[in-house]
Write a protein that binds this ligand. Sequence first.
Ligand SMILES: Cc1cc2nc3c(=O)[nH]c(=O)nc-3n(C[C@H](O)[C@H](O)[C@H](O)COP(=O)(O)OP(=O)(O)OC[C@H]3O[C@@H](n4cnc5c(N)ncnc54)[C@H](O)[C@@H]3O)c2cc1C
Ligand code: FES
Length: 258
Amino acid sequence: MPYVQGIYPILFKENLSKNVFDFTIKSKEIASLAQPGQFVQIRVPYMPLRRPISLADINLDKDYIRIVFEIKGQGTGYLAQFKAWDNLDILGPLGRGFTMLPPNKRVYLIGGGIGTPPLVPLAGYYGGNATVITGFRNAKAVILDDEFKKFFNEHILCTDDGSMGIKGFVTDVLYQRLKGGDRPDMIYACGPKPMLQRVAQLAAEFDIECEISMEERMACGIGACLGCACKTHEHDGTSSYAHVCKDGPVFNSKEVIF
Ligand SMILES: Cc1cc2nc3c(=O)[nH]c(=O)nc-3n(C[C@H](O)[C@H](O)[C@H](O)COP(=O)(O)OP(=O)(O)OC[C@H]3O[C@@H](n4cnc5c(N)ncnc54)[C@H](O)[C@@H]3O)c2cc1C
Ligand code: FES
């Protein structure tokens, strides 16, 4: 996959919830190469390694990309200190994105917490043919709720404590829908590993195609350092290790060994 490295200005910065930031970044080069599900590697001050962040929007008409990230440690903490019109050193787009079906296909988008941003471009592409199920710890952690509504998708919001939307896990809602006879053409999921594992199980049980976006700690981000291994099934029944940065981050759910 072609990628570029360059210095790009932040056009807008927004604080979506405590410790979650949304940057709109001007980059015609990256926007013109990117696919939903791909990520960028961003250089942050004082850190030898870039930090991987998924693309939360790709706008070719207006030449920008968007990232939404949560402060987890020092690297994302430094990133959050950048302001509008500061420049970011970005490498991307990287990795393998989601398989895009014709937009009239029925899909489910399942997102957990800070795993929801990469689903935004899919929600825009599939519009009313997508059912979006997102889950968060509580009402204060909810992000991108209005964003999903604007695409006229069916959007079901869940919180663990019931402080907003339905009380429970996204996978409970997905199970109820599939058990009730709904048969989407594809399930896409991004979020914490236990959530992805359950989505993969449900996809297998109900025989539905499913793609999941995996996260591993990364160094180079381009397949050169063997730093982001993920155990996978081979076609001959053996197991192997794939690079999340190069072979993923999006995998068919049948490929991944949890
Ligand atoms: C392909 C990919 C896409 C990503 N997209 C996003 C995104 O859109 N938004 C977002 O907020 N975050 C995203 N992440 C996670 C983000 O890269 C990490 O939170 C960040 O690198 C942590 O850096 P730090 O220096 O702030 O924290 P560190 O001090 O490095 O780590 C803080 C904590 O986060 C954990 N952590 C660090 N890196 C990862 C990782 N790659 N996966 C899981 N846990 C990690 C550490 O184990 C530790 O507990 C993505 C990661 C990958 C691999
Ligand atoms: S991060 Fe170096 S191989 Fe994936």
